[in-house]
Design a protein around this ligand. Structure first.
Ligand SMILES: [Zn+2]
Length: 353
């Protein structure tokens, strides 16, 4: 389900040549300047992604659209090379590198081979930029180089933890059989590859994401790279970017979260239902719990198949104070005030600037 909403439906439902000019500037989408540092972009992205995440805005179409827009903008701006291409060529630049969101239907095969029109020009532009449009790993053609290619993929938070299968569209290049990769037929440019020496085709791949996948991790798809001059296919290396969750935050194998509690629960203790990635867990808040105190639910974090260990669910309690002020409330608050053993800020008296 996640795979479809992420990669499938978007591209398939769009027209072949996506000319919706109304596409917003990626920097505007995130509300950052063109010179924004990667850290700043990441920070703002996280904030926006939480705010507009479909899970926190159920049924809100506008928020959903905004969320997709934010994802798309971030996917380009966080990647040095995609960002440079975008700065130089605008949305066309970002699209060429990531055919998964290009608006070109995936059954559109061999776009160097005739029906592709202007795309041959595109690929030569991006060949210079990326060393072969397959990404930084794709080598320029003609050299006896490995045909390994690179791509990247957004993985939903949950899929990264529990594993799953996603779809990825990728551009694969192979030697033009007509001219043997020379790009020339006699003195004229080869009509089949339009002088490129290679044929590019879009391919839809199923990517098995193993459980316990981390941000920045790589999945290798053997034999799914370009076809080298020797006729052997290289491998495709897919870098994983884990989408943030609106509530959980993953830190290695631990999951961090905040649990609001009432003043009574903090003072007298109580049972609270704590959401974890494995479902809600009944947990006990001990009497005298302070706001900001951290608790650990062992083994309720992420399982790492490599080490065989499972992380914890770590939650920080936040004491929520009622905001509707009433005389009875003021009386109860005054009563609480009288219960402190001393000045709760006494340690602050020695603090010097
Ligand atoms: Zn050719």
């Amino acid at each position: 389900m996640d795979a479809l909403s992420l990669f499938g439906s978007g591209a398939a439902s769009r027209p072949a040549y996506d000319c919706r000019v109304a596409k917003r500037d990626y920097y505007d989408v995130l509300g950052v300047g063109r010179g924004a540092a990667p850290d700043e972009i990441k920070k703002i992205y996280r904030k926006l992604a939480r705010k507009f995440h479909p899970d926190v805005n159920p049924g809100d179409k506008a928020a959903q659209k905004r969320f997709q827009e934010i994802q798309e903008a971030y996917d380009v701006l966080r990647d040095d090379e995609k960002r440079r291409a975008y700065d130089r060529f605008g949305h066309a630049g970002a699209r060429m590198e990531e055919p998964g969101d290009s608006g070109i239907p995936f059954d559109f095969q061999g776009f160097g081979g005739g029906s592709g029109g202007g795309f041959a020009d595109f690929s030569s532009v991006f060949g210079d930029l990326f060393g072969g449009a397959g990404g930084p790993g794709g080598e320029r053609f003609g050299r006896a180089a490995p045909a390994d290619t690179r791509s990247s993929m957004e993985v939903p938070f949950r899929t990264a933890i529990f594993g799953g299968t996603l779809q990825l569209q990728t551009t694969r290049r192979s030697v033009c059989a007509d001219c043997g990769g020379r790009g020339q037929k006699g003195r004229a440019p080869c009509p089949t590859c339009r002088g490129q020496g290679r044929i590019a085709s879009l391919e839809k791949l199923r990517v098995k994401v193993p459980a316990g996948m981390r941000e920045g991790g790589t999945i290798r798809l053997a034999g799914k790279g370009d076809t080298g001059p020797d006729g052997r296919p290289g491998d495709l290396y897919v870098t994983i970017h884990v989408q943030p969750h609106p509530y959980f935050e993953r830190r290695d194998s631990d999951i961090m979260a905040v649990v609001p509690i009432t003043i009574r629960e903090a003072y007298s203790g109580g049972d609270v239902l704590v959401p974890t990635i494995h479902g809600p867990v009944q947990a006990r808040v001990p009497p005298g719990t302070q706001g900001g105190q951290k608790f650990r639910l062992r083994g309720k974090g992420v399982h790492d198949p490599r080490s065989g260990s499972t992380g914890d669910h770590v939650y920080t309690v936040r004491v929520v104070v009622p905001t509707n002020e009433t005389p009875a409330g003021r009386e109860a608050a005054a009563l609480f005030d009288s219960l402190y053993a001393g000045d709760p800020r006494k340690d602050l008296k020695d603090v010097k600037a």
